[in-house]
Design a binder for this molecule. Structure first.
Ligand code: TYM
Length: 333
């Protein structure tokens, strides 16, 4: 039998996760779990690129880990660990930064956005962030990387760096493909549906995975739509309605056409309530399991330690090869 192909993906532990994180990424982590050999990280070092409260960061790491488990990821099948527990991420990141051009990093739209938002702390980590992300992926020789559309540019950079390195040293890295859902790859803000849903925006613009049902319904009822009163998928002209249609389509497993034929003519109130029902029904069982996992610190510790050990075994092999190829001495004195 052919060995399974590998997946790597990660989520930053910054506060709670949103419905965008769930639909764009986390949901697919679970859907792909049986078909692939999966490595899922809580990328805590990436979170340091903006100033964090240490206590809140530690807590957020456990929150994200509990959410990984709550969506059903199975630690006997998938590795679930903290990025900072496997030192090879940082080690490879340094090497790869010597194979990444400043011109490439200058073009990253996320860097431009984040620098505008954190004008008083445009640190070097924010700039080299995509190199650490490339190291995450390439360390594990991942074939596929489930992500939302906003990470596509970073993934393309990882591919370019892998190809560049391979050209010089032979086939060291696997050149990874992105897995971006066709519907739901970019879940939009509920208040400004031309912007992506983001946890750094005001609370009424996003649904948090841990929001109470009443809050979810309230936010969706207040979601910005338009005055046409038609359920039709047209992201350019009807961004609000199209966003809600995508959410409903993904969560109910029906096509956008089916959403339109089910709800067109029924009015936005009925449609928004149907979206709220779908979101609440999806998140309620996840929230219940979340509470169980999040209060079991011993279990979380066991999973993270066990996974980190296995992750490090894979990472150390890749890193040994990289060291050899670039000419760093094989043993550390
Ligand atoms: P992060 O932590 O911002 O987001 C985690 C995942 O959620 C997706 N996502 C969305 N998808 C659809 N609609 C949205 N509104 C939305 N918001 C977020 C993101 O695309 C992402 O897949 N750099 C990454 C983390 C990372 C990583 C990696 C990912 C570090 N190393 C290696 C993959 C592989 C990030 O900041 O994602």
């Amino acid at each position: 039998m052919e060995p399974k192909k590998r997946i790597f993906s990660g989520i930053q532990p910054t506060g709670t996760l949103t419905l965008g994180n769930y639909i764009g990424a986390l949901r697919n982590f679970k859907l792909l779990e049986d078909e692939y050999d999966c490595v899922y990280s809580i990328v805590d070092m990436h979170a340091l690129t903006v100033r964090q409260n240490p206590t809140a960061l530690r807590k957020a790491c456990l929150t994200v880990m509990s959410l990984y488990l709550a969506v059903g990821l199975d630690p006997d099948k998938s590795l679930i660990y903290f990025q900072s527990h496997v030192p090879q991420h940082a080690e490879l990141s340094w090497v790869l930064s010597c194979y990444t051009y400043m011109g490439e990093l200058n073009r990253m739209t996320q860097f431009k956005d984040k620098s505008a938002r954190n004008a008083d702390n445009i640190n070097a980590g924010l700039y080299t962030y995509p190199v650490l992300m490339a190291a995450d992926i390439l360390l594990y020789k991942a074939d596929l990387v489930p992500i939302g559309a906003d990470q596509k540019q970073h993934l393309e950079l990882s591919r370019d760096v892998a190809e560049r390195f391979n050209k010089v040293y032979g086939d060291v890295f696997v050149v990874p493909d992105a897995y971006i859902p066709k519907v739901g790859g970019r879940v939009m803000s509920l208040q400004e549906p031309t912007r992506k849903m983001s946890k750094s925006d005001p609370e009424d613009t996003y649904i948090a995975m841990l929001d109470e049902p009443s809050a979810i319904r309230k936010k969706l009822r207040r979601a910005v739509t338009d005055s046409e009163n038609a359920i039709r998928f047209a992201p350019e002209n009807k961004p609000g309605v199209s966003n809600l249609m995508s959410i409903l389509s993904t969560l109910r497993g029906i096509t956008l056409d089916e959403v339109a034929s089910l709800y067109d003519g029924k009015g936005y109130g009925v449609f928004k309530d149907a979206v709220a029902d779908a979101v609440i029904e999806t998140l309620a069982p996840i929230q219940e399991r979340f509470r169980r996992f999040n209060s079991d610190k011993a279990y979380l510790e066991e999973v993270m330690t066990h996974s980190a050990r296995r992750a490090e075994a894979i990472a150390a092999k890749t890193m040994a090869k990289v060291r050899r190829k670039v000419g760093l001495a094989a043993t550390r004195l």
